[in-house]
Design a protein around this ligand. Structure first.
Ligand code: AP5
Length: 208
């Protein structure tokens, strides 16, 4: 099974992908996480990407396609994969189609106002990367990760101006992928404004 979760920043793709990947035993390929790992490792790709990520712009298609091709070549992706945040442009979708065909693309639909609230309140563990939210998914102890006790931080691109840019970039460059996959009859939509457990149920139904 080759799946992709599509949707605006803050729609809950990462939150749902962690659960779905464990349940379906599919590798979770999150391009945002891959870029943040490259930044943390001081890789040239990460250093180049950081400036763009922090201001809410996309990383160039060639860089992303190269990263994903390398990831797909690993043995754990042979039987299937769960993409989170890829493809994000029509050029990326075209490039992916030359390597593998997606069976399902699930579009997460949430109103813009809710996205701003989700992103503004998101906190991530600086050690294990787990997601929290100050209101919707608070940690048991303030400022500390439930899983590993690492310090919770705010992503640089979760600040107001970057959030605005990311939402605009999504509308301009990523939203056209809904029509792209609709035309291929692979697109399913879920109401991602509901609480996480309900979104997960809709997601499983959408996958059939
Ligand atoms: P990336 O990390 O992929 O960011 P994104 O797509 O903008 O998605 P987010 O991680 O912000 O949101 P999400 O939908 O995963 O929501 P989450 O589950 O965390 O990419 C970052 C950057 O890297 C991009 O801007 C770009 O620069 C670059 N990049 C990455 N991939 C690229 C590509 N393919 N091409 C080019 N550039 C690329 O949830 C958000 C918050 O809401 C959390 O706090 C969570 O607890 C809470 N929440 C989740 N679900 C719910 C719910 N149902 N109800 C209430 N709260 C909820």
């Amino acid at each position: 099974m080759r799946l992709s979760l599509l949707g605006p920043p803050g729609a809950g793709k990462g939150t749902q992908a962690v659960r779905l990947s464990a349940d379906l035993k599919l590798p979770h390929v999150a391009t945002g996480d891959m870029l943040r790992a490259a930044i943390a490792a001081g890789d040239p790709v990460g250093i180049e990407a950081k400036r763009r990520i922090d201001r809410g712009a996309l990383v160039p298609d060639e860089t992303m396609v190269q990263l994903v091709k390398q990831r797909l070549a690993k043995p754990d992706c042979a039987a299937g994969v769960l993409f989170d945040g890829f493809p994000r442009t029509v050029a990326q979708a075209d490039a992916l189609e030359k390597v593998v065909r997606l069976d399902r693309v699930v579009l997460f639909e949430v109103a813009a106002a809710a996205l701003v609230e989700r992103l503004g309140g998101r906190r991530v563990c600086s050690k294990c990367g787990r997601n929290f939210h100050v209101r919707f998914a608070p940690p048991k102890a303030a400022g500390a990760c439930d899983a590993c006790a690492g310090a919770l931080i705010q992503r640089d691109d979760d600040r107001e101006e970057a959030i605005r840019n990311r939402l605009q970039v999504y509308e301009e460059q990523t939203a056209p992928l809904a029509a792209y996959y609709d035309a291929r009859k692979t697109l399913r939509r879920v109401d991602a404004a509901a609480p996480p457990d309900r979104v997960y149920e809709s997601l499983r139904r959408a996958l059939g």
